[in-house]
Design a protein around this ligand. Structure first.
Ligand code: ADP
Length: 170
């Protein structure tokens, strides 16, 4: 099942929430800041010990004060026009999250709109990649069965709904 949810990702009761982090994993603004505030200071300590994450990869921490089993910290690409590997790197974020979720026996996972905030990825293009990746990994080999696209604003939610409609009708 794929669900589009409008609201704060830190309020979701799922097995895993994905953080759109930065390479240093030391917190920041946007969804990263919200997750750190809600999870509490132990999250920053755990991230410090991990030491960072390359673009397109994922690192895992506990949920601490959040009602989730795990937080997956992935680092999306900064949009620089699209010819510097941005689409492959964004797809790689989703792929790594699914691979890890499969290994960890995770049933439900919620993604924010990775790279669509300060990293400036054009939302229409990011949503295409997100939906394509989720569709190709959903329910495969014991991986997650329930995916939530968590959007902070209605415009973003509408883009996901439209993309999901197009793909289903294809
Ligand atoms: P990035 O650095 O990857 O661009 P941002 O955090 O700046 O990440 O933005 C990614 C997306 O997350 C944006 O669409 C933004 O509106 C959204 N967002 C910000 N705060 C939250 C939150 N608390 N829950 C869910 N989504 C959020």
């Amino acid at each position: 099942m794929i669900e589009v949810h409008l609201g704060d990702i830190t309020r979701l009761h799922v097995d895993v929430i994905v953080n759109a982090a930065n390479q240093r994993l030391l917190g920041g603004g946007g969804v990263d800041g919200a997750i750190h505030r809600a999870a509490g200071p132990q999250l920053l300590e755990a991230c410090r010990q991990i030491g960072g994450c390359p673009v397109g990869e994922v690192r895992v921490t506990p949920g601490f004060r959040l009602p989730v089993k795990r937080i997956y910290h992935t680092v999306g690409p900064v949009w620089r026009g699209g010819s510097l590997g941005e689409p492959e790197l964004l797809a790689s974020c989703y792929r790594h999250c699914f691979n890890l979720a499969r290994r960890e026996n995770i049933h439900s996972i919620a993604f924010p709109a990775i790279s669509c905030g300060v990293y400036d990825y054009p939302p229409e293009l990011a949503v295409e990649i997100a939906v394509e990746q989720v569709q190709s990994h959903l329910d495969r080999d014991g991986g997650p069965r329930h995916v939530v696209f968590c959007c902070f604003d209605e415009e973003m939610a509408e883009l996901y709904r439209m993309q999901l409609d197009t793909v289903v009708r294809r």
